[in-house]
Design a protein around this ligand. Sequence first.
Ligand code: PLP
Ligand code: COI
Length: 337
Amino acid sequence: MSIDWSKLGFEYIKTPFRYLSYWKDGQWDEGTLTEDSTLHISEASAALHYGQQCFEGLKAYRRKDGKINLFRVDENAKRLQRSAQRLLMPAVPVEKFIDAVKQVVKANADYVPPYGTGATLYLRPLLIGVGDNIGVKPAPEYIFTVFCMPVGPYFKGGLTPTNFIVSDYDRAAPQGTGAAKVGGNYAASLLPGHQAHEHQFSDCIYLDPETHTKIEEVGSANFFGITKDNQFITPKSPSILPSITKYSLLYLAKERLGLEAIEGDVKINELDRFAEAGACGTAAVISPIGGIQYKDNFHVFYSETEVGPVTKALYEELTGIQFGDKPAPEGWIFEVE
Ligand code: PLP
Ligand code: COI
């Protein structure tokens, strides 16, 4: 294996082992590790036709002492259960989810990037409806799999700010599936995302689908802003993904940085309130937003080239906890033994 850890982007790399478990006749089998990276499924699988699938994303972090941390993996397990419930899929028990993730990390431990490279092992748990079925109804069988790959920054700049554009499209409907981590939301974001990239933006920002006046989230991350009077504000909406990173930052902004932390409205015509802004998520970590293009107006926050001080402090606090360099709030870190 020859991987230049510090040059990794966010691309698929085939690692040796993945976890695979089948649900049939009302129950999960025990699950096993396999080297086969191809799924063999019915052509009539509901995941393929009707989008009956959901997924998760989390990372394993190599510590200075060589051990490996997982960050709030129980929250990913619970969110997969909520996504599954929305699409009438069977729940993966939290313990089974955590055990699967740990097995995959241990089996692929050589691919957990060294401490200090900034790279991490990204884990992708996936739940899909399979088996023979053609009517619009839930699948008769399910597969739960977890695979992984080493990754670097999701947005090219890393901690260097990049620019975003507000999309005219919606990614989710007001009472739709926006809060569930289901493939359909991402399928809806492919065209707007492509248009954003064509115009050299990192990604698009969606407005609330009801009034198109408030920021919802980025296509692949949540949004936050730091006001000029030190409030950390992140949108509250039933149609955005409840980001585990976002809830962690709400806590850290208040408890460690002494900011006022608020889930509330971020009006698109009030961006002047913010001294800094960023995208946050597992893949995005904290990616500073240089500027936002909205119709004919390009609004610059702190700077197009330099990360703002509060964003940087939040980044250091969050990644310090994830890599085991800073004390974690209780229950946030799961060590892979
Ligand atoms: N919003 C969207 C649309 C995402 O895809 C992600 C990534 O998972 C997030 C937000 C951030 O969520 P989390 O912090 O749980 O990774
Ligand atoms: C994540 O951060 O885990 C995501 O799912 C974002 C993107 C890769 C879809």
